[in-house]
Design a protein. Structure first.
Length: 113
């Protein structure tokens, strides 16, 4: 959506304090807007759309505390990254590794209809 705002101006603001039981969210992020809109439709007693500014592409929501969480993830060590890669390759049903007679790996991608 063209809003005339720069990417730096397209922010997500989250306000809450210890006193009020509500979190206020104002965002330009399309994925977050879509997720919050769907959540508000499914759980209107927990979350509501309070403003939809189509001119600048921003939506504002009020959501009950306890319904929004932040997840911090630790960076992967090289060992953990390698183990995750090996696990993913071994357990991916779309990617089959076939060993040829010369021990060269051939990657075949199978399409599923």
């Amino acid at each position: 959506m063209r809003t005339g705002l720069t990417k730096q101006e397209k922010t997500t603001d989250i306000w809450f304090d210890k006193k009020t039981p509500t979190i206020y969210i104002c965002t330009h992020n399309t994925d977050l807007k879509n997720r919050l809109t769907a959540y508000a439709e499914q759980y209107p007693d927990q979350c509501k759309l309070t403003e939809d500014d189509v001119v600048i592409g921003c939506k504002s929501f009020e959501i009950a505390k306890g319904r929004l969480s932040f997840r911090l993830t630790a960076p992967y060590s090289e060992e953990r990254r390698r183990a995750a890669s090996i696990f993913a390759k071994a357990n991916n049903s779309f990617l089959k590794i076939i060993q040829s007679s010369s021990s060269t790996r051939i990657w075949i991608i199978l399409e599923v209809n």
